[in-house]
Ligand binder design. Structure first.
Ligand code: SF4
Length: 161
């Protein structure tokens, strides 16, 4: 009986790892682009740097079809409720990437109108600093996100075992 349980937990943990692997290479991102960082975002997504290599080449413009929210550019307090609404409309599991220093911390906008980092209004999984971030930073952030997605599945598998 215990051997059967061991076999079953081995299979479920391997299945969970396989789901993590599949999920990290099928990222459907929702780009919420507000400011100058958008140019660098587009440069990173185009053929030279090629998001497609990471399985993240197909943006979705409906939050219900997306699992990664890319927040790109300055977020004002007036815009924050819209961003939060989009985040809430995404189904679980979902992840958030803060792209550029304005999104991460407010950047040099130290004023009444700007959100001082989107992690004040929603959980953030990956921070990509820079003004704007270089494409290499963006790809590094994307790979860190993939590691995080895979690790979540591996941990779940270990807990079940
Ligand atoms: S981080 Fe720099 S490039 Fe990006 S939105 Fe802010 S000011 Fe623009």
């Amino acid at each position: 009986m215990s051997q059967q349980l061991e076999d079953a937990s081995f299979l479920t943990s391997k299945l969970d790892e396989a789901i993590g692997w599949a999920r990290k290479y099928s990222i459907f991102q929702y780009p919420f682009v507000t400011a100058c960082c958008g140019m660098e975002y587009m440069a990173a997504a185009c053929s030279h740097y090629d998001f497609d290599r990471f399985g993240a080449g197909l943006p979705r413009f409906s939050p219900r079809q997306a699992d990664v929210l890319f927040v790109v550019g300055t977020i004002s307090h007036k815009m924050a409720p819209v961003l939060l609404r989009i985040y809430e409309q995404m189904a679980d599991p979902k992840w958030v990437v803060a792209f550029g220093v304005c999104t991460c911390t407010g950047g040099f906008y130290d004023n009444y109108a700007t959100v001082m980092g989107i992690d004040t209004i929603m959980p953030v999984d990956i921070y990509i600093p820079g003004c704007p971030p270089r494409p290499e930073y963006v790809l590094d952030g994307l790979m860190k996100l993939q590691e995080k997605i895979q690790a979540q599945h591996s941990k779940a598998g270990q807990q079940k075992a």
